[in-house]
Design a protein around this ligand. Structure first.
Ligand code: AMP
Ligand code: MG
Length: 489
């Protein structure tokens, strides 16, 4: 029986790290070769659908030989030794996660979400011709000769304020007093600003000529009825909110934010607010992931700390399923006897466990629980951060209907030697600065995956391709930026 999680055939079998082209830092097609866009109308793909209960109960009589990384009933957790290239794992994950079905959200809640359908103006915008100044609505022809020395006198036949309907029309040598934003009365074709007039008895003296159309904001000048206001696929930000509100829309059809359950596993874990006796450590991963999920625009919630107990983990995850669109757990995916995530989800082939040719973050699990993506990350805090950035953040963006799902990258000159195992893609924590028109990247500390302060000091991950053991200072390297350069405070 297969998991349905296989990689493309040509990728089967043990892999030697491929020779790496200079700009091919992932060891395979660069990220730009990934499917660039996930059109909103795309049906939710379920490439990694878990086997059905029926399939599990009666496996097919003859099965082809499992791929090295396939989980198969009866096989002990422990997993294959083959390392999967980072880019292939990411592509497989991205192909497996669905774009969430659109829902209608009130304007304010739609901010940051991707529009699922074109929005067309139902009426002209602005909806009626209005005055752009406080003054008098007139016929331009009547005041064509007006000067301060030889003012033109008009009869005031009415007045109109913003929000009112004009109570008069403008005829020969007539004027209607008008406020900014008020509808232009019939007959008038220009506004004389109040500064160019002076009141006299029942009338008004106009001291200067105005051109036809002066200070009138015509109906439909901004967008005509039937015109496109915002195209689908656009991420809703402040300008779109204002435009759509002005066109009368109070809710929008958008791809929702995934609700992401974040779970930490480990007998040694304590919440940050509680005392930690000797040997216990604080649960930091829940908070790293919470921050990363929220930063991606999705909605995290903490599922808490689960002890290294298979039944408790299954119960917790299944209990959270009703509130979650996907799950992220950390810890328990390796080969230790307490590796509870693997034990809980391996045998039923719901989650595929494998090793990625990367450092940090090698052991990983991914699959579908109740049809919802589940990421099982390793426990070390830096592995959690890097795995989230490389695999989960782009997938969450895809689920939200986003097209531009990868972090921006710059090419930077290394200021320090950086390296790691030759057969892996190494993601090194660096601080990027711009010096004399060039990007520079300095390591923020040693590469061990428990050193979380090295992440807090960094703003980028330098990507050292497989096939390279050490990149010496002075070499140019690709850096994924995980915070905006102005985010320092
Ligand atoms: P594991 O993958 O469960 O073997 O964990 C690997 C390492 O990460 C161990 O040193 C754990 O104590 C540590 N670790 C696991 N979960 C967390 C967590 N939520 N916060 C901080 N460290 C953790
Ligand atoms: Mg553990």
């Amino acid at each position: 029986m297969t998991t349905g999680f296989e990689l493309p055939e040509e990728q089967e079998g043990p892999k030697e790290p491929a020779p790496v082209a200079p700009d091919d830092v992932w060891g395979a097609p660069p990220p730009s070769d990934l499917p660039p866009a996930y059109p909103p109308e795309e049906e939710a793909p379920v490439a990694g659908a878990p086997p059905t209960q029926a399939e599990l109960a009666s496996p097919p009589a003859s099965v082809s030989a499992p791929l090295p990384w396939e989980s198969t009933e009866g096989v002990e957790p422990g997993g294959p030794e083959e390392l999967r290239p980072v880019d292939l794992v990411r592509k497989w994950i991205l192909d497996s996660v669905p774009v969430l079905q659109p829902i209608e959200l009130p304007l304010q809640e739609a901010q940051g979400c991707v529009l699922a359908a074109d929005i067309v103006a139902q009426l002209d915008l602005p909806p009626f011709s209005s005055s752009g100044m406080d003054g008098f609505a007139v016929r331009a022809n009547d005041v064509a000769e007006a000067t301060p020395q030889n003012p033109r006198q008009l009869r005031i036949v009415g007045r109109v304020a913003a929000g009112q309907q004009p109570d008069a029309t403008v005829g020969l040598d007539e004027a209607v007093r008008i406020a900014t934003g008020a509808p232009v009365p019939a007959g008038a074709d220009a506004i004389v600003p109040v500064e160019q007039t002076s009141l006299q008895g029942e009338g008004v003296l106009v001291l200067a000529p105005v051109k036809e159309g002066a200070f009138i904001r015509p109906a439909g000048q901004d967008v005509k009825a039937g015109g496109l206001l915002v195209p689908r696929g656009r991420r809703i930000a402040a300008p779109e909110l204002g435009l759509l509100a002005s066109a009368g829309f109070s809710s929008l059809l958008v791809h929702p934010r995934p609700r992401v359950a974040v779970i930490s596993t480990g007998d040694e874990l304590v919440e940050p607010g509680r005392p930690a006796s000797f040997g216990l450590i604080r649960d930091s991963n829940s908070f790293t992931l919470f921050g990363g999920v929220r930063d991606a625009g999705a909605e995290p919630f903490l599922g808490g700390i689960v002890r290294d107990d298979v039944d408790q983990l299954r119960e917790t995850v299944l209990g959270l399923a009703i509130r979650a669109d996907c799950f992220i757990s950390s810890g328990g995916v390796s080969v230790g006897e307490r590796d509870v995530v693997k034990k809980a989800f391996f045998r039923r082939a719901e989650i595929d466990f494998y090793k990625v040719a990367m450092q940090p973050g090698m052991p990983q699990g991914f699959g579908m629980i109740e049809g919802k993506p589940y990421w099982g990350l390793p426990g070390n805090p830096v592995s959690v951060f890097v795995s989230f950035e490389v695999f989960i953040r782009p997938a969450l963006l895809k689920m939200m209907g986003r097209h531009d799902i990868l972090r921006p990258e710059v090419t930077a000159v290394l200021e320090t030697d950086v390296g790691g195992p030759k057969e892996k893609t190494v993601f090194a924590r660096v601080r990027v600065t711009r010096l004399g028109g060039e990007w520079h990247a300095a390591s923020t500390g040693p590469g061990q995956s428990n050193l979380i302060s090295t992440v807090a000091k960094a703003n980028g991950l330098a990507v050292i391709p497989p096939g390279t053991e050490t990149m010496p200072a002075g070499t140019k390297v690709r850096v994924m930026l995980f915070r905006a350069l102005e985010d320092d405070g």
